[in-house]
Design a protein around this ligand. Structure first.
Ligand code: SF4
Length: 482
């Protein structure tokens, strides 16, 4: 029996077909899964089986399976393995007929599906890390180039990755070309189109030389780990990475340079970069490898106006591989002056709540969605001003880099700016507080108020509000014990 899907990632079609097949008691070995792309072009009329035949499935025939299996399906369908739909339907069939399967952690089919999901996630990560945009002139928008990138994903991940790029590069117009599909962001909407050829992608631009100069400048020979670098950045991606041409010569001279570094006295880095270089750098510094580099990069960042007026950027601090990461809105006055997050009144309130739960501040990691302090001057006083959505969107990639570096098991969103940045959509904090939501990367996010909201409450309400805040955070305590 043939089950036809509209395209390679047709998860809705798969669910519909699978439900119908299950209702008709069709065993997995009798089903042949076809997608529009792999269907036989010379086949006769469309199959009379499946949707074409209009199976009338009673609603009661729906199978109940764990929500985690549905999430697994959503990732596995993005894999390029032609047998993935057969595997998922076999698992679904077995979940319905073998109740013990859901408690079997070493089942071969389940492990195979998890491996496919892992490969898809790895491909998504590589795309985010190794895709490089190059500006091309756009006759319809003089003075505002279109940024175009070429990438060859191993799996069908373009549509899954595109919203992430839209959030990260929200303020520029860009297009990503791949052999199978393409996507364009016009500043408001994503538009998908057919695949492209490598020669449609732009070649090196003038700004690329600037990027290579910058890459050389930030290359730290003392931290070179060649084997790790090649593992994280496989050679197949090098063709799209301008900096790849520098790896061999920089690695060759690393030993000598690190010796010279040890002998040199410490230098103070320049805080600001010349305006002429800023535009190129802001588009291309998209991967940092340590929290120190993150600090350095955000100090120079001018992707939104906030960097121009703050004293310094403030990045997260705490346990390097904390299980739990707290994300607030932005640094406040004290944080801006001293360069550390959550050290003002709101930070002290957070410390007090953590202490009530028996969690030490240095066991967790605390950071902010926006890395520079936004304020307005009233006389000589700097009064906190909330960042706009645009500013938070511009800063999002630094937060995502931080999450990638720390790799927390779960996150706590303190307030609406943090919740929006972490989830990618507006979260109604008052109705969602105390609940766990799940991010695209699978990490859980606990929603609660920002401690500064408690400070602004009338004195009579403060005690109760603090108790509710502690009760919210208590739900995250088990992450620390896991
Ligand atoms: S707030 Fe974020 S995006 Fe804006 S300049 Fe600072 S680091 Fe860059």
């Amino acid at each position: 029996m043939e089950a036809r899907l509209a395209n390679e990632t047709d998860i809705a079609g798969f669910r519909e077909e699978a439900r119908s097949l299950l209702a008709h008691q069709v065993p997995p070995e009798e089903v042949h899964w076809q997608t529009a792309q792999n269907a036989d072009l010379f086949a006769d009329a469309p199959s009379t089986e499946g949707k074409a035949a209009g199976r009338h499935v009673p609603r009661a025939a729906s199978a109940i399976v764990p929500a985690s299996f549905l999430r697994l399906c959503e990732v596995v369908v993005l894999h390029s393995d032609p047998q993935r739909f057969a595997l998922l339907y076999r698992l679904l069939w077995r979940l319905v007929h073998e109740p013990g399967l859901r408690n079997d952690p070493i089942d071969a089919d389940m492990l195979a599906a998890q491996q496919l999901a892992q490969a898809v996630r790895r491909d998504l990560h590589k795309m985010k890390a190794f895709l490089r945009f190059r500006p091309v002139e756009d006759a319809e928008h003089p003075g505002s180039p279109l940024h175009v990138a070429w990438f060859e994903p191993a799996h069908h991940i373009l549509e899954a990755a595109a919203p992430w790029f839209a959030r990260r590069f929200a303020q520029m117009r860009w297009a990503i070309l791949t052999p199978a599909r393409s996507v364009r962001w016009d500043g408001e909407q994503l538009h998908y189109g057919p695949g492209a050829d490598h020669c449609d992608a732009p070649t090196a631009d003038a700004g690329e030389q600037l990027w290579l100069t910058y890459y050389k400048a930030i290359f730290n020979p003392a931290r070179l780990k060649l084997a790790m670098m090649q593992k994280e950045m496989p050679r197949k991606y090098w063709a799209n990475l301008p900096e790849a041409q520098l790896i061999a010569p920089l690695a060759a001279e690393a030993h000598e340079r690190s010796g010279r570094m040890v002998e040199q006295p410490a230098t103070t880095p320049e805080r600001r970069i010349p305006l002429a270089e800023k535009e190129h750098i802001m588009l291309k510094i998209d991967e940092v490898e340590s929290l120190e580099e993150l600090k350095h990069a955000t100090m120079q960042c001018r992707e939104c106006p906030l960097g121009e007026y703050a004293t310094q950027s403030v990045v997260g601090e705490g346990a390097r591989h904390a299980k739990l990461m707290f994300v607030g809105e932005q640094p406040g006055n004290q944080e801006d002056l001293q360069g550390h997050p959550f050290i003002g009144p709101a930070g002290q309130l957070l410390d007090k709540a953590l202490a009530e739960l028996g969690i030490a501040r240095d066991e967790v990691f605390v950071s902010n969605a926006v890395k520079h302090f936004k304020y307005e001057l009233r006389g000589k006083r700097r009064i906190h001003k909330s960042p706009t959505q645009r500013e938070a969107a511009a800063c999002l990639h630094w937060l995502e880099d931080e999450i990638e570096l720390v790799k927390p098991r779960a996150l706590v969103a303190l307030g609406s700016t943090a919740a929006r940045s972490l989830m990618g959509y507006a979260v109604p904090v008052m109705s969602e507080r105390g609940k766990w939501l799940e991010r695209e990367d699978g990490r859980k996010v606990l929603i609660t108020l920002h401690p500064s909201a408690l400070l602004r409450m009338p004195p009579a309400d403060k005690e109760e509000a603090f108790a509710a805040f502690v009760a919210d955070l208590a739900k995250a305590r088990k992450v620390m014990k896991a």
